[in-house]
Write a protein that binds this ligand. Structure first.
Ligand SMILES: Nc1ncnc2c1ncn2[C@@H]1O[C@H](COP(=O)(O)OP(=O)(O)OP(=O)(O)O)[C@@H](O)[C@H]1O
Ligand SMILES: [Mg+2]
Length: 557
């Protein structure tokens, strides 16, 4: 018998694998973020005195250099660590690196790659280089790619990576302030430990040689750049302090307004969930224009469209749910869609630190279930601002905020499509609101369009929407704008089918049908049994759930 090693890959297979890694990255800041992540991991791993990261950006020659005084790389291990999926960090949960693809991404994005490193237990440094990796990876040739090396005697402990990139790489378009912003909000040198009172003892120096040949440099603590960093103390209020003040006396609305008017309210908290500690920092601004003022104060272009770069690096303070893990801002933001007050999402900023985020390769997405958990925490926090402070923050001091909001709300409502039905008192179509659906249902009842059902009570015990009589039968009715809303409420569909007799919806859309199908629910276009039902939902072995679609009743009558 002959044994063949059928798994060892050939050059073309490795190229394929590397291209997959390159494709998994999507942001303009990814390359510098990977280098910063490695530098900070190395500083943490060495755990010895103050850490220093130096980043040089040479726009004219398209060179980026990142150096650190971290643990360094053992010479014997270095070549294998440069290959895809090779990491030295699988046993250290305090470090961010895990997949061993960051350096691969850096090498194969560059035309010239050099890494010089001296491990803390070694007495000399080595310089390794790879030439033309980017073009090698793009070509379909079978040529090998080589790593060359030589000793490099008088180097300090630590690592320096130098890459030559494409001249038009967006990172070279950034001004110094923009660079600082990106580094401190989307990479590991913006360490979030500072927010929670566990600062990383490290600093970062950035030296930038612009297209104009001018050199400038800055230095900052490796600390995340919070939106309040450059504002005056009197411009913000801490949420708990406000609540305490509120509880200390009989505060009138005018008092509250005086205290919160045009202030930014912020809050830092933690939460234990799924066996780990999640920490967060959030703030809520009185007007969206405040973000611009923050960016202004920091020295960023007033408006992205005015920025000379015009590139896709969202540089500037703004709303959003940001994530970080083990001190590193991930650069990944999650979308928020709260049930109510969604119009205020652009006023809300939050960063959540989750020590066990799991990413895809390229760190551009977080695993779905973790996303849901983070969003829930953000929604709770958002609601805090909406419920306690929002209405006292904006508007004028004298006029009542209600008045101000009224006009805006009515103009929004103006844009909702007309109902145009002769058989309803309502003028507008429901626009996602369940309450409108319920109102329309009762109105239709009053107009004799819906017969045979006699309401008993609405919202009894807060469980179901309507308890009613149908002849001598007791029936339970739920109101929802759309089917998906209903299914969200019932994690256990069996319960829904067992306890509710009929759902009143605006309409069943194609999207609803698809969603229902995915969940094993069959939608039939007839509901003949229940009065006025236009459809029915069923799952195997349980009695059907009837659906009344108001749209078809009101618009086809
Ligand atoms: N600045 C550095 N200092 C010390 N070691 C480094 C440095 N940069 C890279 N390394 C070594 O090279 C290995 C590969 O780096 P790479 O960024 O590809 O992987 P990683 O950081 O372990 O994981 P990830 O893919 O999640 O970034 C690291 O595990 C580390 O051992
Ligand atoms: Mg890495």
């Amino acid at each position: 018998m002959t044994a063949i090693d059928f798994l060892s890959p050939g050059i073309l297979q490795i190229k394929h694998q590397i291209r997959g890694i390159l494709d998994s990255y999507s942001h303009d800041w990814d390359l510098i973020a990977e280098l910063c992540q490695n530098a900070i991991d190395a500083i943490k791993a060495r755990n010895h005195g103050r850490g220093h990261v130096v980043i040089s950006i040479d726009a004219t020659n398209a060179i980026i250099k990142v150096s650190d005084n971290g643990i360094g790389i053992e010479n014997e291990r270095l070549p294998s660590l440069m290959g895809p999926f090779s990491t030295s960090k699988s046993n250290d949960s305090s470090l961010v690196g895990e997949k061993g693809v960051g350096i691969t991404f850096v090498i194969f994005s560059s035309d010239d790659f050099k890494i010089s490193s001296r491990h803390m237990n070694a007495d000399m440094a080595y310089l390794y280089s790879v030439n033309g990796a980017r073009t090698w990876c793009q070509s379909d040739s079978n040529d090998q790619l080589m790593l060359t090396y030589r000793g490099n005697k008088f180097c300090e402990i630590g690592t320096e990576v130098e890459v030559v990139l494409k001249k038009d790489h967006p990172i070279f378009q950034l001004s110094m302030k923009e660079l600082e912003f990106v580094l401190r909000t989307k990479t590991a040198v913006g360490d979030t430990g500072h927010i929670w009172g566990e600062p990383l003892d490290a600093d970062c120096r950035v030296v930038r040689l612009g297209h104009d040949g001018k050199q400038d440099d800055i230095e900052f603590e490796c600390a995340f750049l919070l939106p309040l960093s450059h504002l005056q103390k009197q411009e913000f209020v801490e949420l708990d302090e406000y609540k305490l003040w509120r509880s200390e006396g009989d505060r009138s609305d005018a008092d509250k307004r005086r205290r919160l008017h045009n202030k930014i309210v912020y809050y830092a908290g933690k939460k234990y969930q799924s066996g780990r500690q999640l920490r967060f920092w959030s703030c809520f601004v009185p007007q969206r224009a405040v973000w611009e003022r923050m960016s202004d104060n920091f020295g960023l272009p007033r408006d992205m469209s005015e920025s000379e770069t015009g590139i896709e690096l969202e540089v500037g303070f703004g709303s959003g749910l940001n994530t970080s893990t083990k001190g590193m801002p991930t650069g990944i933001t999650l979308e928020l869609k709260p049930k109510g007050s969604a119009g205020y999402v652009p006023n809300f900023f939050m960063i959540i630190e989750d020590p066990s985020l799991s990413f895809d390769i390229g760190r551009k997405a977080i695993q779905g279930r973790q996303q849901a958990m983070l969003r829930e925490i953000a929604h709770d926090q958002f609601k805090e601002y909406i419920n306690h402070v929002r209405k006292y923050m904006g508007g004028g001091l004298e006029e009542t905020p209600k008045q101000w909001e009224r006009d805006e709300v009515f103009s929004d409502i103006d844009a909702i499509p007309e109902l145009g039905s002769g058989s309803s008192s309502f003028l507008k179509r429901p626009n996602g609101q369940e309450a409108t659906v319920a109102g329309m249902f009762f109105d239709a009842m009053g107009r004799g369009l819906i017969k045979d059902i006699r309401p008993l009570v609405s919202g009894y015990k807060g469980r179901y929407d309507l308890y009613a009589k149908w002849g001598r039968k007791n029936v339970v009715i739920e109101f929802k704008y759309e089917l998906s809303g209903l299914m969200k409420d019932f994690s256990d569909e069996r319960k829904l089918f067992d306890e509710v007799d009929c759902v009143v919806l605006w309409e069943i859309t194609e999207a609803d049908r698809l969603l229902a199908k995915k969940r094993g629910i069959e939608v039939a276009n007839t509901g003949s049994y229940f009065p006025h039902a236009t459809a029915s939902l069923s799952i195997p072995n349980v009695s059907a759930l009837y659906v009344i679609e108001l749209k078809s009743i009101l618009l086809h009558n």
